[in-house]
Ligand binder design. Structure first.
Ligand SMILES: N[C@@H](CCC(=O)N[C@@H](CS)C(=O)NCC(=O)O)C(=O)O
Length: 212
């Protein structure tokens, strides 16, 4: 299969960091990095909005076809480079668990945490009608995802750890998750990975460059 031409539209210190980290975990396959300076509004130009009408990063294009949303980009890239072993194949029984927790990040974790961070009350809407139920249910969901540790798929690190684990990292950093030893040790495990550290150093350097 021919690998498409990949362009990663990125801004440092954003959710797009996870895509940089994943690319490092995948062995840094050929791709073009286009850094958008958000302070200058480069993510809201007509040219970029034509690619991603949300004007958000990460955004990936593959032979010009946009792929947006952290989880979709992760699934796409991990499947595109199967030799890295970060995505269970369609036949692998672990595939369902893998997809489940990647989507859980978007469908449950992000809205639950954002509502909590902004002090948004359910407003008369019952938990049964909310996509995430309650904040506590969602936290329990993350605990369940990690219960076979050290990684979401047990011994096997996968792109699901980059997505959900990446979220757990920044949510614990901003104290949006309860202080749980299993979250702390998981984040330590992820951030000590050489690929994480390479991506982190690159991202910090990029942030300094844009700030100067
Ligand atoms: N649902 C999107 C969220 C992406 C997102 O919100 N990115 C932020 C940076 S962390 C952004 O680009 N913000 C710029 C803006 O909206 O102006 C995803 O999962 O990729």
């Amino acid at each position: 299969m021919a690998v498409p031409k990949l362009v990663h539209y990125h801004a440092p210190k954003t959710r797009s960091f996870g895509t940089r980290w994943l690319l490092e975990e995948l062995g840094s396959p050929p791709h073009e990095l286009k850094v958008l300076n958000m302070k200058k509004g480069e993510h809201k130009t007509a040219e970029f909005l034509a690619i991603n009408p949300m004007g958000k990063v990460p955004t990936l294009t593959a032979d010009g076809v946009p792929v947006t949303e952290v989880g979709a980009i992760a699934i796409f890239l991990a499947d595109l480079f199967p030799e890295a072993g970060l995505a269970p194949t369609l036949e692998d029984p672990a595939r369902g668990t893998y997809l489940r927790w990647i989507i859980f990040n978007h469908a449950d974790v992000e809205p639950a945490i954002m509502d909590k961070a902004r002090n948004i009350e359910p407003g008369g809407m019952p938990a049964s009608a909310l996509c995430y139920g309650t904040y506590d249910d969602t936290v329990n969901g993350i605990v369940t995802a990690l219960s076979h540790g050290p990684y979401i798929l047990g011994e096997r690190f996968s792109a699901a750890d980059v997505v959900l684990g990446g979220a757990v990292r920044w949510l614990t950093m901003f104290k949006l998750l309860p202080d749980k030893p299993e979250f702390k040790s998981y984040v330590e495990r992820l951030t000590s990975r050489p690929a994480f550290q390479r991506a982190f150093e690159q991202d910090e350097a990029l942030a300094r460059q844009l700030a100067s």
